[in-house]
Structure formats: structure tokens, C-alpha cells
Design a protein around this ligand. Structure first.
Ligand code: FAD
Length: 406
């Protein structure tokens, strides 16, 4: 039995444990995780770690000693398969049960696979865990052609790393532009052009038929029109399915993730959910119920729960932010752009340093800043305060954003 049991040893789980101790919580805490590793950062798996620029030790969220010094056992390699909200226990695969006072569900999600023939062939990869990244890295030597399915951030980051390694990379995007779900058209077109300039074959409105192989190993991707793209490696990056099965089975309300309130409480007593799997009403998109897949969201929701358990309840209202590194391009985003009805491009995309500023009803709701950290830092206030500056001034790089936020 633990006073606080955290399921999921990822970003949210680690942060919840850490903040509980920072808050002076002296009860027992344990973190159960199904991966063999103690918590590590996931973003480098498609960036510096995949590129070989950072070792695994350098992407650990904290070294092992940190957790032991704070009496936070990391029960790794254990998968929770059921939750009993009445007895207040969880079942670990293999029949072990652990009791809890408060349960924090921080399980993220598992990568979606394209439902086509050949998806079980060797050489078809997803990128969610260290094991996934290691499997890709081990296969690099025998790989000349890579097909990336999905032109979202993870797919594009992997494409950038692998093209830098000299692989011939094709990106297949089903929609008419890359990053279509998360960014406006100018940003999509910019990244599309950047990848093409680096030799990546970006195919939009791509219609995939299946993966083909020989002796159990993928050899190519067949398109709907019959064309076969050679591929010794396929990377599928088309999103995740939130890992909430045991909670939903226990009666928690949810569908796409598990529903939580402003304090990240699920509909079950003393059970909270945070991070990628938590469907919450977000104040930065008009209060719509959404899931956010970002380190910011996992960490900030973890802090909300940890503080609430430690006796300090503050509703979740943190400004969303995110980043993506591709080639020498550092993208930083703040706010949520999906609902925008207007946008301004600040700076010249040809200079590879610019920002896309998103508006709704005249108010700034989000910024995507490419090699433009100053805009990112100064533009934050425009988003948090929902300011409505003049569009011509927003576009004018001679006017610092902090002047418009003053
Ligand atoms: P996770 O960190 O995924 O942790 C969940 C853990 O729970 C996992 O270890 C999982 O295996 C485990 N688990 C699941 N089910 C069970 C169970 N039943 N029992 C026990 N354990 C279980 N975000 C950014 O902000 N910026 C980026 O640049 C960025 N890049 C990314 C690149 C990649 C390749 C990936 C995969 C993600 C990236 N993200 C990025 C997203 C970010 O990593 C996630 O939003 C974040 O990890 C969410 O934290 P979490 O705690 O919700 O889930």
C-alpha cells in the first residue's frame, strides 16, 4: 500500500512524485511503470537521442539516486492491468495487487499503427519509447531507404535526423499539407520546403496501400496507385491511443482519454489523470475538452495534482507551449492555434527566422516561432492576456512584441 501510487513512469508520473516531495509530502509514494527504465525524456527520441548526440544517461529526467534519496521507489517493468476503485487497489499483470490512498494515472498512450497489411513486418517502427528508438538505431546500418508515414512533428523530426545520416527519406502525408492538425498553412509550407531542400521526398495527399516485405522484413511501401517505394525502414508517426483501458473498465468517464476536471480528478474517487491521457477542458481553446501531448501539459498537470494532494488546490490553467527541432530550425510554440480565424506572418520565411501569429476574433491565441526565440518569449503575454494588437504592427519586425504586450 502507498499513500500515493503513480501509474506511468514517464514525464507526468516523474513530475508528480517530484513535486509531491517538493511540497513536503511525507507519505509513501511509488511509481509503477511498464517500461524497464526509470523516467526519461521522450522528446529526444526523435531528436538528439536518435541522432546519437545524447546518451541515454543524459536524457534521464533524474538519476536513479535522486529517486532513492527521496524514498520514491520506481517499480519498473510492471504493467497495471486493472483498477478497483472500491477496494482502492491496482492489479499488476501476473496478479500482484497494490493498494493506494490516491492514484495518479499518467500512462500516456501507445502509438497508432496504420491498419494495413504488412504492419507487423520487421523494419516497421514506431517512436514512443527508448526501445523503439534503439531498434531504429540498430537497423540504420542496413538501411538506405526510409519511408516515414505521417507528416506530424515526430515524423518530420525523424525524417530530419535520418536524412542527415544520408538516408533517402520519403514522407507520406495523407492530408494536403504537413503539420495540418497543429499549425497554419505558412508553417506547413515552410517545413515542407525545408525538408525538400534537404532531399526528403515529401508526398502530400499520399494514399498508402500496404507494406510489402520478404522473409518477414519490410522491403517497401505500396501506394494505392501501385507504385512501390523501396524501404528497408518504415517509421509510423500518426499519433497515439491514450492508455486508459483499465480506468475506463473501472468505470471512469472518458472516451478519447479519461475525462478530468480542473484539478485533474477523474470521475472515480481519489483517482487523478494527467498528461497525454487526460482529456481536460482547456482555457486556451475556449474551454473545449482536449488532450494535449506535450511535456508542458504533463508537467503542469502533475504539479496541479501533487499540490492538491499536498493540500494546495489550484485549478489547471497553464499556457500551452511546445517545441520541435528539425535540422538547424528551432520551433517554439505558445498557445493553441487550432481555432484561429486569421494569422499574421512576422518576418520573412526566406530568412529562416520568423513567427506565425494566430488570431481569433482579433485576439492573439498562439505563436509558432521559428528561430525566433525573442518573439516566443515576448509573445507569450499576448497569448496569456488575449491581447488584440494591430495586425500591421504584429507583422512589423521593427516593433518588438513586448511593445505590443505592454
Ligand atoms: P509518457 O511520458 O508517455 O509516460 C507514460 C508511461 O506510462 C510510459 O512509460 C508508458 O509505458 C507507461 N504505461 C502506460 N500504460 C501503463 C500501465 N498500464 N501500467 C504501467 N505503466 C504504463 N513534447 C513536447 O512538449 N516537445 C517535444 O518536442 C516532444 N517531442 C516528442 C517526441 C517523441 C518521439 C515523442 C514520443 C513524444 C514527444 N513529445 C514532445 C510528447 C511528450 O513526450 C509527451 O507529451 C509526454 O511524454 C507525456 O507525458 P506522460 O506522462 O503523459 O506520458
Amino acid at each position: 500500500h502507498y499513500d500515493v501510487l503513480i501509474v506511468g513512469a514517464g514525464h507526468g508520473g516523474a513530475q508528480a512524485a517530484l513535486v509531491l516531495r517538493q511540497q513536503g509530502f511525507e507519505g509513501t509514494i511509488a511509481v509503477v511503470g511498464d517500461e524497464p527504465e526509470i523516467p526519461y525524456e521522450r522528446p529526444p527520441l526523435s531528436k538528439e537521442y536518435l541522432a546519437g548526440d545524447k546518451s541515454f544517461e543524459r536524457i534521464l529526467i533524474r538519476p536513479a539516486s535522486f529517486w532513492s534519496e527521496r524514498a520514491i521507489p520506481m517499480l519498473t517493468g510492471k504493467r497495471v492491468t486493472a483498477v478497483d476503485p472500491v477496494a482502492k487497489t491496482v492489479t499488476i499483470a501476473g496478479d500482484e495487487t497494490i493498494g493506494y490512498g490516491h492514484l495518479i494515472w499518467a500512462t500516456g498512450g501507445s502509438p497508432r499503427m496504420v491498419p494495413v497489411e504488412g504492419s507487423d513486418l520487421k523494419g516497421v517502427h514506431v517512436v514512443r519509447t527508448r526501445a523503439d528508438a534503439d531498434a531504429m538505431m540498430e537497423a540504420l546500418d542496413g538501411t538506405t531507404h526510409v519511408v516515414v508515414v505521417g507528416g506530424g512533428y515526430i515524423g518530420l523530426e525523424a525524417a530530419a535526423v535520418l536524412s542527415k545520416f544520408g538516408k533517402q527519406v520519403t514522407v507520406l502525408e495523407a492530408l494536403p499539407r504537413v503539420l495540418a492538425r497543429v499549425a497554419g498553412e505558412p508553417l506547413s509550407r515552410f517545413y515542407e520546403a525545408e525538408h525538400r531542400a534537404h532531399g526528403v521526398d515529401v508526398r502530400l495527399e499520399a494514399k498508402l496501400d500496404c507494406f510489402v516485405g520478404a522473409n518477414g522484413q519490410v522491403t517497401g511501401v505500396r501506394m494505392a496507385d501501385g507504385e512501390i517505394l523501396p524501404a528497408e525502414m518504415v517509421i509510423v508517426g500518426i499519433g497515439i491511443i491514450p492508455a486508459v483501458g483499465p480506468l475506463i473498465a473501472a468505470g471512469a468517464t472518458g472516451g478519447n482519454g479519461v475525462d478530468v476536471d480542473q484539478l485533474c480528478r477523474t470521475s472515480l474517487p481519489d483517482i487523478y489523470a494527467i498528461g497525454d491521457c487526460a482529456a481536460h477542458e482547456n482555457g486556451f481553446c475556449g474551454g473545449q475538452r482536449i488532450r494535449l501531448e506535450s511535456v508542458q501539459n504533463a508537467n503542469d498537470q502533475a504539479a496541479v495534482v501533487a499540490k492538491a494532494i499536498a493540500g494546495e488546490a489550484h485549478p489547471y490553467h497553464a499556457v500551452p507551449w511546445f517545441w520541435s527541432n528539425q535540422y538547424d530550425l528551432k520551433l517554439q510554440t505558445v498557445g493553441l492555434s487550432t481555432d484561429h480565424d486569421d494569422l499574421v506572418v512576422r518576418g520573412d520565411t526566406a530568412n529562416r527566422s520568423f513567427s506565425v501569429i494566430y488570431l481569433k476574433g482579433g485576439k492573439v491565441i498562439a505563436l509558432d516561432c521559428v528561430n525566433a526565440t525573442k518573439d516566443y518569449v515576448q509573445g507569450r503575454k499576448l497569448v496569456t492576456e488575449g491581447l488584440s494588437p494591430d495586425k500591421a504592427r504584429l507583422a512589423d519586425t521593427n516593433v518588438p512584441l513586448k511593445e505590443l504586450a505592454a
